[in-house]
Design a protein around this ligand. Structure first.
Ligand SMILES: *[C@@H]1O[C@H](CO)[C@@H](O)[C@H](O)[C@H]1NC(C)=O
Ligand SMILES: *[C@@H]1O[C@H](CO)[C@@H](O)[C@H](O)[C@H]1NC(C)=O
Ligand SMILES: *[C@@H]1O[C@H](CO)[C@@H](O)[C@H](O)[C@H]1NC(C)=O
Ligand SMILES: *[C@@H]1O[C@H](CO)[C@@H](O)[C@H](O)[C@H]1NC(C)=O
Ligand SMILES: *[C@@H]1O[C@H](CO)[C@@H](O)[C@H](O)[C@H]1NC(C)=O
Ligand SMILES: *[C@@H]1O[C@H](CO)[C@@H](O)[C@H](O)[C@H]1NC(C)=O
Ligand SMILES: *[C@@H]1O[C@H](CO)[C@@H](O)[C@H](O)[C@H]1NC(C)=O
Length: 495
């Protein structure tokens, strides 16, 4: 025993002596990134790169880290991005595309949610045992992107993104705090064994009311999908409002645990991308965004492969979607074993939403899908959804820039707790259980589901109509009731 302890102590001493710390220097009124970038080559292994407390750093240019082994990037000071939009746009624009094509891309992004390729402000190039760590001091450790300026100007051309935490094995993202970020925040594509916890994203506008509203209840004639060409012209002429593409966490690798994160944003809270496996997202809070999403998958015929995703114990407040799956018409591959469990709804428009027929509304009407492949889905469970559906007749979400809105579902009543827009014969074992919907207007909850698209019991009557539980759901409810009667309630189980 004693031997083991002294061996450990020795190891500790050795590591301690081999450790390097680079305290990032700061100069008032200047960009602090060039000095950091120049020093990085000496701190790729066994190092801490420290933005120290008490300092507000100017991060005026994007930073690309080299491949790291045993490195911690610690943000204990405040970081500030440029405060004027033009400076950022000039930098981002240089590395991406010119202005006019960007305008087109933004339009596509609004309607088709196309992945943008804009550079991240912090790009990690990969490595092993890499930690990105913020601060628990409430006054320090904030990364301030000055989103308010962009939101007020209703500008989203060449926005700076967040942290590209890619190609890392054994990574940690903890205690990070993002203040008014403008675009996507954390992306973990190609990484594995990642633990992301205690992070906070505050993409909240001070004046959301400034958002210009289109007619919230389009007349039947305007709902016609073919009217889109006209709509697009209209949308293009009007302001781009909040189609922010400000995803919270984009999970794109394997073996990841996301927990105790607090996300207020305007797009997906979580988005699980192609290739993702063994992703666990739990005990978190999402506000204002577009849901706990798988996808979009299968774009441009992509063969998708997503497996073993568990999302549980999440509060969704003022969100457009709760649990969401989206795959593109004409895709291919399989997403299987996906569970959304114990989801608390607080004012959510579409609590459960699957579409295997996602298409680019900016390009034209829904394509004829019957002759193409599609992304298969299998073993999806939606379990334990409680809370309030926002079925207000005048519902409007800030990302809506067209009439009808990109999220409008033809034929929907607005009271839907679940919408299963499935591609025929490609969905197996999709079940909703223990769903307890309450609507704001007190109308009965409804569902949308085409029984010709799925042969297994989905837990409710598969039709366009009232939400009625079926055997796949009732079984559990009855089981629980019977167990309770027998006295196997919580008090007993606790032992
Ligand atoms: C890296 O470290 C070496 C040795 O200490 C030093 O000579 C060199 O200046 C350092 N390079 C940078 C860019 O700091
Ligand atoms: C980094 O530290 C480990 C011990 O944790 C040691 O084995 C390794 O040689 C160190 N690497 C460098 C480049 O110093
Ligand atoms: C991993 O990196 C951390 C610093 O973030 C360090 O304390 C730890 O010793 C490293 N682990 C190994 C196995 O070297
Ligand atoms: C750090 O930045 C945050 C967010 O902008 C701000 O609220 C806080 O006051 C700043 N801290 C200091 C000490 O200036
Ligand atoms: C399904 O995914 C969960 C994790 O979400 C995992 O524990 C379970 O083993 C997976 N089941 C199968 C059959 O792969
Ligand atoms: C769409 O599919 C149907 C059924 O396969 C077919 O009859 C129709 O011609 C197709 N329409 C177009 C525009 O391809
Ligand atoms: C459907 O998928 C199969 C297998 O990936 C592929 O060989 C075939 O070309 C695809 N067909 C279409 C119409 O995309």
């Amino acid at each position: 025993m004693l031997l083991r302890i002294s061996a450990l102590l020795l190891a500790h001493v050795y590591v301690a002596t081999a450790w390097n710390t680079f305290v990032v220097p700061h100069t008032d009124g200047q960009d602090d990134t060039p000095i950091l970038t120049a020093a990085l080559a000496n701190y790729t292994t066994n190092s801490t790169i420290l933005f120290q407390k008490g300092v507000t750093y100017n991060i005026l240019t994007p930073i690309k880290f080299p491949v790291f082994t045993n490195v911690e990037v610690r943000i204990e000071g405040n970081l500030t991005y440029p405060t004027d939009i033009a400076t950022i746009q000039a930098i981002v624009g240089k590395s991406v595309l010119g202005f006019p094509r960007c305008m087109v891309r933004i339009l596509v992004a609004c309607f088709g949610k196309q992945e943008l390729t804009d550079i991240a402000r912090f790009t990690f190039s990969g490595g092993n045992n890499v930690t990105l760590r913020g601060s628990t001091d409430p006054n320090w450790g904030w990364v301030d992107a000055h989103g308010q300026t962009w939101w007020n100007a209703q500008n989203q051309v060449n926005r700076p993104h967040g942290f590209g935490f890619s190609k890392i094995t054994n990574g940690v993202i903890r205690d990070m705090k993002l203040w008014k970020p403008i675009a996507w925040n954390f992306a973990t594509s190609g990484s594995s064994n990642i633990h992301a916890f205690n992070n906070r994203i505050v993409a909240v506008s001070e004046n959301p009311d400034k958002v210009k509203s289109f007619s919230p209840r389009p007349s039947p004639s305007t709902r016609k999908w073919l009217a889109f060409s006209l709509v697009l012209i209209r949308a293009k002429r009007s302001h781009y409002l909040r189609c922010w593409y400000s995803d919270g966490f984009s999970a794109g690798g394997t073996n990841m645990l996301f927990e105790n994160n607090h996300i207020q944003n305007g797009d997906d809270c979580l988005t699980v991308g192609n290739g993702a496996k063994n992703i666990h997202f739990r005990n978190s809070y999402c506000e204002g965004g577009h849901g706990l999403s798988i996808g979009s998958l299968g774009k441009g015929g992509q063969v998708a492969d997503v497996q073993n995703i568990l999302i549980e114990n999440v509060v969704m407040k003022n969100s457009l979607y709760g649990a969401r799956f989206k795959s593109w018409t004409g895709g291919n591959g399989l997403a299987r074993n996906v569970t959304w469990k114990n989801i608390g709804l607080d004012n959510v428009r579409f609590p459960i939403y699957i579409t295997q027929n996602y298409w680019d509304q900016g390009v034209g009407p829904k394509p004829n899908t019957t002759t193409m492949n599609n992304t298969h889905i299998q073993d999806f469970t939606f379990q334990g959804f409680t809370g309030l559906i926002n079925d207000s007749p005048d519902f409007f979400e800030g990302s809506c820039v067209s009439d009808p809105c990109w999220y409008a579902v033809p034929g929907a009543t607005g009271h839907e707790v679940a919408i299963f827009d499935l591609y025929p014969s490609t969905a197996i074992n999709i079940v909703a259980k223990n769903i307890f919907p309450v609507t704001k207007t007190k109308s009965p909850a409804t569902v949308m589901c085409d029984p010709s698209t799925i042969s297994t019991d989905v837990g409710f009557k598969c039709w366009d109509g009232k939400f009625i539980r079926t055997k796949a759901d009732k079984f559990k409810v009855m089981h629980a009731t019977r167990a309770k009667r027998r006295g196997h309630h919580r008090g007993c189980v606790k032992k």
